[in-house]
Design a protein around this ligand. Sequence first.
Ligand code: WTA
Length: 635
Amino acid sequence: MSDYILENLEHYFKMYNKSVRSPKKFWSQIADENFTWCQKWDKVLEYDMQEAQFKWFLNAKVNITNNCLDRHLANSGDKTAIIFEPNDPKEEAQHITYNELYVRVSKMANVLKDQGIQKGDRVCIYLPMIPELAVSVLACARIGAIHSVVFAGFSATAVSSRINDSSCKMVITSDGSYRGSKAIDLKGIVDEALENSPSVEKVLVVQRTGTKVNMKEGRDIWLKPLLDAALANNVAQVMDAEDPLFILYTSGSTGKPKGMVHTTAGYMVQTAYSFKNVFNYQQNDVYWCTADIGWITGHSYILYGPLLNGATTIIFEGVPSYPDFSRFWQIIEKHKVNQFYTAPTAIRALAKESLDFIQPYSLESLKVIGSVGEPINEEAWHWYNTHVGGKRCPVVDTWWQTETGSIMISPISFVTPTKPTYASLPLPGIQPVLMDELKNEIQGNQVTGSLCIKFPWPSMARTIWGDHQRYKETYFTAFPGKYFTGDGALRDEVGYYRITGRVDDVIIVSGHNLGTAPIEDAINEHPAVAESAIVGFPHDIKGNALYGYVILKEVGEALNQGNLAKEINQLISDQIGPIAKLDKIQFVSGLPKTRSGKIMRRILRKIAEGDFSNFGDITTLLNPEIVEEIKNGKV
Ligand code: WTA
């Protein structure tokens, strides 16, 4: 029995126990047997949980794209690697074979080098979901440049701050992007961002929409002619196991976004292993993950995980509602999708629509359906299981994070059982624990606590770009000696985990992590605003929506609160992106604060939820009377 592929429940337990007993042996065997290395490691793991230092597969040499591309060419060169499904269903889908992908990545890698990009340089990729996005990511990895993909829904300010944080030398973007019936001027956003990003020397521009754009002399270059002229093969840069592969920004509960740094070998081994097992991918399957490559889900489970396993993976440019709400189901039927991986927010949005959108389509090809990004509620789970999976497909509710790199807790299709709303059991190699408020590990079952991981795993982020102290403080100090996830969880009577949600000031809106602090900072920039506080409240489709409490500098200025609210949302949109807009804004004269000046968000959350019971002891507040005012003014 190959230990890479989990065969049944007994095998799972055997491997799980082995991975806990001897993690180094477990991971080295997986790494040894299933990848192409330029040089093997001298040591599997070196770590220090206190200092947050982790090294896996020390001194091994490898290039992840050799493993994603080259090694498949001999036997599967003609197999489709990527199916590109454009935004407009009338535009023909593209099938890109492994041979073709190899050539496209090689050409792009040569272009990057010709344009002065070297190993270790940072390249910001700001592209829609088109094949060039995949090609650009892989080309960076090919030459050892560190890719920093920024989701193409972020605003110019957000793009600029991410570029500056890691001093990117280049941006790869397109003239525009299609999202449903809209076309977005991506190049214009980049131009605006670059007014404040002096590190960028070159901008490569993909033509997608054909809209007219400004090309800055000496900086901006159309990509196509460069690719046409480039050589079609490229020898991959030999990378050290611990060389950074990419930076991906994620929101923190305070301050600026955190550039999570992932390195090469550990990330490769674990994304490949988790993809193969969680989705039970078989040789001729067509796999589709609807995430955007701008998020970790797209990195690990549209690109790297599938390509490492020689899979066929779909890249979809559009949205579930365009031209109508049957688009996902049409695509599943059209490409005979076998594994489908999406987010609870999409499931809830689609479940709200008539079943007439789904019934005309055959979803018979599906074998496995997955969920990621936030807790999936019971109703959505059952709808997904019944109407999409036909009750025959395991629903894999996969819990993980940008920081973890790979799926950590999840059912394994056809191997471990599923349970509605439960991410269930940890993957082999992952050691979750629940912690109580006194920082003790909670033993036994039927318990709840803060979810931590007590042993390192290969695909964990190694640091925050430029700020190792913040990495250490955010993840390794709350529960000394353990990685703190920021999530709360419960463990049921048989040891299955259910993630209950964030326990910090990160709010998950439509599956996107949003920190309260950056949004509050944006609001506070409005000249009329003195102070603000953001909390989440439950929302039918988005899971959570944002509720803002805003104090104005002068009450007289509150004359036109409707306009002010619009201006505030515009500011948020400009600074962060439309995903961070507030659903509700309440103007208040004060915020409940502790004597040390800390905002009592717990009370604000309850009011936003419309739950006026049990505020707890508010007499210790600096200003207890404000609670009544806020309650009465709830919007
Ligand atoms: C949440 C996405 C419940 C969780 C891969 C986590 C989930 C955060 C699940 C990370 C799930 C993700 N059930 N909650 N299956 N998956 N989350 O970094 O709060 O965008 O900490 O990574 O999403 O979000 P991120």
